[in-house]
Design a protein around this ligand. Structure first.
Ligand code: GLU
Length: 429
């Protein structure tokens, strides 16, 4: 089970602490992006926090008969462009500011790939690795009951994220349909195919990242055949990505999960690792010879893909990153200080809000198919995804080049523009 695998943040103790607050960091970049676009201060006042934020307490009867009360959140950043959209994560480290930041990033992603959505995100503080199947079902249904008034196919559309999957989406869709008393496939995306899921949704984030890697490599004159790639995280994004890159002839020289990392200079046997991976994306515990996640990030490679959790590339290790291209498949893996260091070192950094937008793009395709009741082939989905991702990459890359900015600031400028414009047309600002 699970979208991304968890990785613990280990920091170099001799370095001074930098600000790892993801909400404050994203607000800093949004402010800069709006200034560059010439918007007045009050537009930032509107966009710096979600419009709506719900905190719920969910009592669940556990298998041993005891009741446990879980905390959940749903954040709706801005719905000027359209309904809000974004995943739900199940993780012990979920916090209120993190969910807020994640919802803002969803707004930016939707803007960058030009979807008719604003950003939303949800989270439940829990550890699904310690829970039974039935406990997870009760928690998923309880969460939907708690937030049902503020979500819906034309209000706010959830999806999978870290440690949630198509089974959880199916329970949530069923619970919502029962409450509303009509079948509502468009309430949630990332569903199983038989319940109105889209072909290609499961692999969409990894496909999108693969396209970004291909485009970034072209810009740097790097041949993908034999390119040396390290991937942090072996969840939904990281594991499919390893497979696609391996199949394309690249050498995946490192992968990792929450417990450690594996490396082989001649390229890892990805098919074997996929076969041995558990449903939470863990595989390294089966091996004696492992390295740490920090060592993986610093491997001698051409392309590095952080595909796990936040704050992995920081001021403490950014100088030691050897890759010439960093493509962020996770949300928020690189701090602002590290972004600065990497761009000063001329590393081509493809930021999260662009690189990981393949998931929400195919979620949008799923919602469109649900609304029209007519389903597309995998080839159609892939072709449309490719077109969307390539044009988003070009747009951000050219903005960065023409304005001499790093790719993150350029991506924020592209991502925030539609939302600011829609808020203005509606008379909100
Ligand atoms: N959770 C994914 C993300 O962070 C997908 C969201 C969606 O499909 O709506 O982009």
């Amino acid at each position: 089970m699970g979208q991304n695998s968890e990785v613990t943040t280990k920091r170099d103790p001799v370095e001074p602490q930098e600000n790892l607050d993801v909400l404050a960091s994203t607000q800093t970049v949004i402010k800069k992006a709006l200034e560059k676009l010439g918007y007045p201060e009050h537009v930032f006042e509107l966009l710096k926090e979600p419009l709506r934020f719900m905190h719920v307490r969910i009592p669940i009867r556990m298998d041993d008969g005891q009741v446990k009360v879980f905390t959940g959140y749903r954040s709706q950043h801005n719905d000027a462009v359209g309904p809000t959209k974004g995943g739900i994560r199940f993780h012990p480290d979920v916090t209120e500011p993190e969910v807020k930041a994640l919802s803002i990033w969803m707004s930016l992603k939707s803007g960058i790939v030009d979807l008719p959505y604003g950003g939303g995100k949800g989270g439940i503080v829990c550890d699904p690795r310690q829970m039974s199947f039935r406990e997870l079902e009760r928690l998923s249904r309880g969460y939907v009951r708690a937030i049902s008034q503020i979500v819906g196919p034309t209000k706010d559309i959830p999806a999978p994220d870290v440690f949630t999957n198509s089974q959880i989406m199916a329970w949530m869709m069923d619970e919502y349909s029962r409450i509303k008393e009509f079948d509502s496939p468009g309430f949630i995306t990332g569903k199983p195919l038989v319940l109105g899921g889209s072909r290609g949704r499961e692999t969409a984030t990894a496909k999108g990242v693969t396209i970004m890697i291909r485009e970034a490599a072209k810009k740097r004159g790097l041949d993908m055949k034999n390119a040396r790639i390290a991937i942090q995280g072996f969840g939904n994004a990281g594991s499919y990505l390893a497979k696609f890159l391996h199949d394309a002839g690249a050498k995946v020289i490192g992968i990792s999960d929450a417990y450690g990392a594996l490396t082989d200079d001649n390229g890892l046997d990805i098919d074997y690792l996929l076969d041995r991976r558990d449903s939470f994306g863990s595989v390294t515990r089966l091996f004696k010879e492992t390295i740490t996640n920090q060592e993986l990030l610093e491997l001698d490679c051409d392309i590095l893909v952080p595909a796990a959790v936040e704050n992995q590339i920081t001021a403490a290790n950014a100088h030691r990153i050897k890759a010439g291209i960093v493509v962020e498949a996770a949300n928020g893996p690189t701090t602002l200080e590290a972004t600065k260091i990497l761009s000063e070192r001329d590393v081509l950094l493809v930021p999260d809000v662009l690189a990981s937008a393949g998931g929400v793009t195919v979620s949008y395709f799923e919602w469109v198919q649900n609304n029209q009741g007519y389903y597309w082939t995998e080839d159609e989905v892939e072709k449309k995804l490719n077109d969307v991702m390539v044009s988003a990459f070009e747009n951000v890359y050219n903005t960065a080049k023409v304005r001499q900015l790093d790719m993150r600031l350029a991506a924020y400028m592209v991502g925030v523009r539609k939302m600011a414009e829609a808020s203005r047309f509606r008379g909100w600002v």
